[in-house]
Design a protein around this ligand. Sequence first.
Ligand code: ZN
Length: 123
Amino acid sequence: MAEQIAVSANVQPGDIVFNCPRCTKSLAIDPRAAGFTITCPDCGTEVDVPASTENLADNLEETVLALRSRLQILEHRYSLDRERLGKITQEMGLIQAALDRTVSLLQDALEPLSTESSSNPPA
Ligand SMILES: [Zn+2]
């Protein structure tokens, strides 16, 4: 026997509102009736009560929590990557400085040559 849950004409806050699949009558029922079968008061059809919007909200909350913890993991990884990137940038700076120094030493070493080959040698 189906649960004796009244199908009310007055929609209460939190009620599940759905339509009878046969006569399309708008039905409102207590959210605790979710998953139960009721009898449509208009056409007498056995109707499955859909999941309540409250359950949907619970699922959304769980989804949000899962996404938040995932975001935290990603932010942690990002901070680690940023730390690594900082070290790499620092090392690249050292390499760049060494290269600059090498280039400047090479330019100094080549300076007499370029002066000699110049068409306007200093007096
Ligand atoms: Zn019906």
